[in-house]
Design a protein around this ligand. Structure first.
Ligand code: CTP
Ligand code: MG
Length: 235
């Protein structure tokens, strides 16, 4: 069965600070989105990539894709995104042609995920999982707090979940197409990842090993790390 990837890339990147939309910012001279598209198209299983562009940036994203060398075997579509990540993913799913049984959702903000991680997620779905997330153990202990009324105020700690049972979840997340589409049709409310929506359907989600280089570029320090990783790869 064929595999398509939806890349939500419509966010502003507020936490990165002022500038162009995050996905269009350069890492070692190449837009983050192009790195992310290449990371997906590097998998021989991926036949279609749907890029969800900033709402007013679809034309710019189309010309970026045309301007960069990308594998011939992969087709590309560009659609404008929405207000939330959830809405952007749904707009990407709406653009999918019917002949892809496996669908991945991958953040443009995770430009450096290795192809082996992409392939491992696809393989787990092909082997029968309906939803797959790449995940890593945590370095930090995590505490649940009662969020403070204002910035800088102390927050009472409520609980400390056992760290060994916690995982930090990355993308690409992989799905049986029908399951992901149903999740986006039926689940409402704030969910921060697609697998979380599938969990709300009562469908099992499984975790496979993620990769350190699949980290999300969120704050300015993450740009420094991303460029260092690229320099080590000599890209
Ligand atoms: N995203 C999207 N549409 C939105 C919001 C986010 O497609 N309305 C995408 C982002 O482009 C990113 C991914 O979802 O690739 C993960 O979101 P995040 O890292 O939070 O990016 P931003 O929302 O752009 O960043 P910030 O929250 O700091 O503004
Ligand atoms: Mg965001």
């Amino acid at each position: 069965t064929r595999t398509a990837v939806v890349i939500p890339a419509a966010g502003r990147g507020v936490r990165l600070g002022p500038g162009a939309p995050k996905a269009l910012r350069a890492l070692n001279g190449t837009p983050m989105l192009i790195h992310a598209v290449r990371a997906m198209a590097a998998s021989r299983s991926v036949s279609l990539v749907v890029v969800v562009a900033p709402p007013d940036g679809a034309a710019e994203v189309k010309s970026l894709l045309d301007a960069h060398a990308l594998p011939e075997r992969t087709d590309f579509l560009v659609v404008p995104g929405g207000e939330s990540r959830q809405e952007s993913v749904r707009l990407g799913l709406d653009a999918l042609p019917p002949d892809h049984g496996v669908v991945l959702v991958h953040d443009a903000a995770r430009p450096l995920v290795p192809v082996d991680t992409v392939d491992a997620v696809i393989e787990a779905v092909r082997d029968g999982a309906r939803a797959v997330v790449p995940a890593l153990p945590l370095a930090d202990t995590v505490k649940e707090v009662e969020p403070a009324a204002g910035p800088g105020l102390p927050e009472p700690v409520v609980a400390t979940p056992e760290r060994a049972r916690l995982r930090a979840v990355q993308t690409p997340q992989g799905f049986d197409r029908a399951t992901l589409i149903r999740a986006h049709e039926e689940v409402t409310g704030d969910v921060t990842d697609d697998a979380g929506m599938v969990e709300r359907l009562g469908v099992e989600v499984v975790a496979v090993p993620g990769h350190e280089e699949a980290f999300k570029v969120t704050r300015p320090l993450d740009l420094v790390l991303a460029e260092a990783v690229l320099a080590r790869r000599r890209l």
